[in-house]
Ligand binder design. Structure first.
Ligand SMILES: [Zn+2]
Length: 238
């Protein structure tokens, strides 16, 4: 039998089976936590066991995260950067005017004022990525509320360290990660539908999966794409 328990922001998959001892594992690549326990173990006992191991679980998850994190970018000439799943070479130009970003052929042209450092260059690019997501999401916000019968009251696009998106179901607010502009565009659509599904069902339970299956049958494939893509630095469970 498979079930779940939640400890703060950690989701634990619980498998009851014909074994003698409780077994805990934190699995790559996403740091998913799994507890296997003997058939008749109570959920309370499993919860207490998991709480006692919380420090270890977090340590393992941090280790996995460090392993999969992308190499830091320096925002210099000929560095690889991505837009909608395609690789481009960065070309940096220094000029005495407002910073700008432009795509030409296989290049992303970044223009900054002379002496602009990596942090500011990143800000300029991130703001541009945010606008790319904003533009791409417009037709999707025409399409999905009608299909799903769900309203999105506010949509935020922002840098997020550990998630592709999030939802506040009671307010019908959806947040999308700016970095979705680096992934194939279908991934943006999938994350949006996922977050809108949370307005109908808060938890990642069977009902959630059924709703996703109904509206977006190939979601598993896209989840895989989000997690496997080499530039991925955040992992996505559902
Ligand atoms: Zn979710």
């Amino acid at each position: 039998m498979n079930t779940h328990l939640t400890l703060g922001d950690i989701d634990v998959e619980v498998v009851l089976k014909d074994i003698k001892n409780i077994h805990l594992s934190v699995n790559p690549p996403t740091g998913k936590v799994r507890i296997s326990a003997p058939n008749r173990t109570s959920m309370d006992a499993i919860r207490l066991f998991a709480i006692s191991k919380l420090g270890w679980i977090k340590q393992q998850q941090q280790k996995l995260e460090a392993q999969t994190r992308e190499a830091p970018r320096e925002y210099v000439e000929r560095e690889s950067h991505y837009l909608w799943g395609k690789r481009y070479l960065l070309s940096v130009q220094e000029a005495n005017r407002a910073p700008s970003v432009e795509v030409r052929h296989r290049k992303i042209l970044l223009s900054v004022r002379p002496g602009t450092g990596a942090t500011r260059r990143q800000e300029v690019l991130d703001e541009w990525y945010r606008r790319q997501v904003r533009a791409a999401v417009v037709p999707l916000l025409e399409k999905w509320p009608t299909i799903m019968g769900v309203r999105v009251e506010k949509l935020f696009i922002q840098k997020m360290k550990t998630k592709w998106g999030s939802c506040t179901p009671e307010r019908q607010y959806v947040r999308l990660n700016t970095d979705l502009a680096k992934k194939p565009v279908e991934c943006l659509e999938y994350v949006l539908v996922h977050e809108m599904t949370h307005i109908l069902e808060r938890h990642h339970n069977q009902r959630f999966v059924e709703i996703m299956n109904g509206f977006f049958p190939n979601w598993r494939l896209l989840r895989q794409k989000l997690n496997e893509s080499p530039l991925s630095h955040v992992e996505w469970e559902y």
